[in-house]
Design a protein around this ligand. Structure first.
Ligand code: HEM
Length: 275
């Protein structure tokens, strides 16, 4: 018998009664999803790139939801770990653009008409991540009226304070200031000078406020990687479709460039200029 044979001796070979690898992972479902773009060679790349991104987004939502709970409980060490993980997930998604960039405009054109009006613009998980972080545009929930569960998840999210709101509540509590986060809302967080002043106290004396200082840097790190995702997306889009309108109906690159201006945690960026 070969070495390999010896080494694998004892491996369980019969899974008639037990759960196997594929059963645990639901691979029968994941790997047999129909590919509606199979008329073109590059259709599979396009589909898998989106499907894998959505799987990672599912984990992002799981981590951010738990991080928010931990911040509310004042339990910052586990929250830091989760926020770091989210930043690493975005880093991973950023590298994934390198694979998609191998697709040329000619290759994309072979299946683009078959996409109809579908677009990442209608990704409810992406929207949920933005809502969780605090970039809320309530009018976009309309895109999901035809699917009750995502629609409800988005509406429920807007009834809760965002991750940033709970972070600035903690900031105010620990510095003995009045809370400034206001109510949960359907619009994006607007920077408040008083919040920036509180962050400034933290940055001017990290040793005294070490946990808040670490929280601030975890948030900045997360937004940094998120911004890179947006930048990689718009650059890839420009490389593939130029300045054509998006399949989702927006102006395309012009819309995505506008989104580069979003500031998730504005006071944390602005305080830097005040130090
Ligand atoms: C060939 C590749 C791609 C092209 C040409 C493309 C194009 C576009 C365009 C033009 C938009 C603006 C909305 C519209 O009018 O359609 C958009 C939005 C979006 N796309 Fe892509 N995209 C590509 C790949 C991806 C991938 C791999 C993902 C990963 C999930 C993704 C996720 C999104 C999201 C989440 C939005 C909404 C962004 C926002 O509202 O801020 N896209 N895309």
């Amino acid at each position: 018998m070969s070495d390999f044979g010896e080494a694998s001796k004892g491996a369980k070979m019969d899974f008639a009664r037990d759960k196997s690898y594929g059963d645990y992972l639901g691979l029968d479902k994941i790997l047999t999803v129909e590919n509606p773009l199979d008329m073109a060679h590059d259709g599979l790349l396009f589909i898998i790139q989106h499907q894998t991104s959505e799987l990672w987004m599912k984990l992002v939502i799981h981590e951010l939801t738990a991080a928010r709970r931990a911040i509310v409980a004042g339990d910052l060490q586990p929250a830091f770990k989760m926020l770091s993980r989210v930043a690493r997930i975005f880093e991973q998604l950023n590298s994934a653009w390198d694979v998609l960039r191998t697709m040329t405009p000619s290759e994309y054109t072979a299946f683009r008409p078959h996409l109809g009006a579908s677009s990442g613009f209608q990704s409810y998980q992406y929207r949920l991540i933005e809502y969780l972080l605090g970039n809320r545009n309530g009018s976009l929930t309309k895109l999901h009226e035809h699917t009750p569960a995502p629609h409800e998840a988005l509406r429920n999210e807007m009834a809760q304070p965002s991750l940033y709101q709970v972070a600035i509540d903690l900031l105010a509590d620990r510095l003995g200031a009045a809370r400034l986060s206001g109510d949960p809302g359907q619009t994006a967080w607007q920077a408040l000078p008083q919040v920036q002043d509180l962050w400034q106290k933290v940055y001017e004396d990290p040793a005294t406020h070490w946990e808040l200082y670490e929280l601030a840097e975890k948030l900045v790190d997360l937004e940094d990687y998120f911004r890179r995702w947006r930048f990689n997306h718009v650059t890839t889009v420009e490389r593939i479709i130029g300045f054509k309108r998006g399949t989702g109906g927006t102006s395309g690159v012009a819309y995505l460039r506008k989104m580069l201006e979003v500031e998730l945690f504005p006071e944390l960026w602005h305080v830097r200029g005040a130090l």
